[in-house]
Design a protein around this ligand. Structure first.
Ligand code: ZN
Length: 432
């Protein structure tokens, strides 16, 4: 099953704060095309590619700073600054350059022998507190030669370092995130200074919950189509009658998702009415955008199928149609398996939906709490009912090819705050 950038799937961009607008003109048609594409893709093999460090480029014959700036959506000035060049420096074939996004406010650097946080702050004209905060380092922490660091914004830009007050620290994990991944955010509080705190990754509001007496935690979804570079958390708190805001960077790297071009036969256009596709999506959105319930998981998620069933179309696979531009991505992970293969709950939760749908076929949606939902589409039969509590390993149903699907497979989908994220990350990461 595939979904496009309909209203539940907007890209997180710090500057863009789109209102809850209706889908763009033509989105329903595109959604239909995408669904038809998913229909034909159910068993398409696609090995998951390893992530590549996208911000580095090995100079090829014919490359110029101007051509690289165009290629990476950057500027000549940003390339010069990121690589310690001058406008006159020739670039050599084989040389590795950092290719920052045009608006990238942070620069990656490597610590050299004898560098300290204080010496780097002085050399680059940035605040020591910002350098510490951005890199999540303790004051005075020693640096290893070759250690990757981020150089914060210029001194004339707003400081992300936290002022004295109720917020003592903010940390994000993983420190560098791939497109489509989930990020855990932890906010350390001074318990003696009560504060009301909100967190967003626009347009996503991030529910916060207590973690002990002096911390809050939340989960942010980084949209699969986010441009590599930085996205910014918006942290706002009120204390002593004052409202204070800070933005906090999350570095996003290219997940190297493969692109798959789908050639649509002429006779597939009538398969499903766009209104129906949209109505079903809106029904799902109403469920996974509901107010969060208490979190239920305590450990890693388990695989929903036995290990022998490998995945085919991975989460995040870019999709284009008839050779056109990329217009959507695969919102879940597909596991081809024979009809009747059992599907198991990966984690505790409450069944939020268990019924036949037109597009998703026999569908099960589980609420794991904390605005985290997992979905299981195209089942041949359903073994649970709405409202039922499930534990890891409980039978949910069996693999089938109901709804808009051409072959027996499980489409497994994970939603965080309503956004589709890579479910496979949850098999190896224990989120708070
Ligand atoms: Zn799928």
């Amino acid at each position: 099953m595939n979904e496009l950038r309909l209203s539940g799937d907007r890209v997180n961009r710090p500057a863009a704060r789109p209102p809850a607008a209706p889908p763009r003109r033509g989105a329903a048609t595109l959604a239909l095309l995408a669904l038809i594409g998913a229909f034909m893709l159910a068993t398409a093999p696609a090995a998951r590619a390893a992530p590549l460090p996208p911000a580095r480029h090995v100079v090829q014959p014919g490359d110029t700073l101007a051509s690289l700036a165009r290629q990476y959506g950057s500027t000549v000035e940003a390339l010069i600054a990121a690589n310690g060049l001058t406008a006159q420096t020739p670039i050599a074939v084989g040389q590795t350059l950092i290719a920052p996004a045009a608006a990238q406010p942070l620069l990656p650097i490597e610590a050299q022998p004898r560098d300290t946080l204080a010496s780097l702050a002085q050399r680059h004209g940035v605040k020591l507190a910002d350098l510490q905060a951005i890199n999540q380092l303790a004051p005075g922490q020693r640096l290893a030669p070759g250690q990757d660091l981020l150089l914060p914004a210029r001194p004339d830009q707003p400081s992300p370092a936290l002022p004295p007050g109720p917020i003592r620290a903010i940390t994000t994990s993983p420190a560098v995130v791939r497109q489509g991944e989930t990020v855990a955010v932890r906010i350390e509080l001074d318990a003696s200074q009560p504060a009301s705190v909100t967190l967003a990754l626009a347009p996503q509001q991030i529910p916060l919950r207590p973690a002990g007496a002096d911390a809050l935690v939340g989960l942010a979804a980084v949209h699969a189509l986010t441009e590599p570079g930085f996205v910014w958390l918006d942290l706002t708190w009120q204390a002593a009658g004052e409202t204070i805001s800070r933005t906090w960077p999350i570095q996003v790297v290219d997940a190297a998702y493969p692109t798959f071009d789908i050639v649509l036969p002429d006779d597939k256009g009538e398969l499903l009415a766009p209104e129906l596709v949209q109505a079903e999506l809106e029904r799902m959105m109403a469920l996974w955008n509901a107010p969060p319930t208490p979190i239920r998981w305590r450990r890693f998620f388990q695989r929903p199928l036995a290990e022998e069933f490998l995945t085919s179309a991975p989460f995040g696979q870019r999709r284009s149609y008839n050779g056109g531009p990329v217009s959507g991505f695969h919102a879940g992970q597909d596991f081809p398996a024979p009809q009747g293969t059992p599907i198991y709950a990966p984690a505790p939760g409450t069944v939020a939906l268990a019924e036949p749908l037109q597009v998703r076929g026999n569908a099960v949606l589980i609420d794991h709490g904390g605005s985290v939902f997992s979905g299981y589409w195209h089942l041949t039969d359903i073994a649970v009912s709405a409202g039922q509590e499930v534990q890891p390993g409980d039978l949910l149903g069996h693999v089938g090819t109901t709804g808009l699907s051409t072959g027996n497979h499980l489409h497994w989908e994970l939603r965080v705050n309503g956004f589709a994220v890579d479910p496979m990350q949850w098999l190896t990461t224990r989120f708070p």
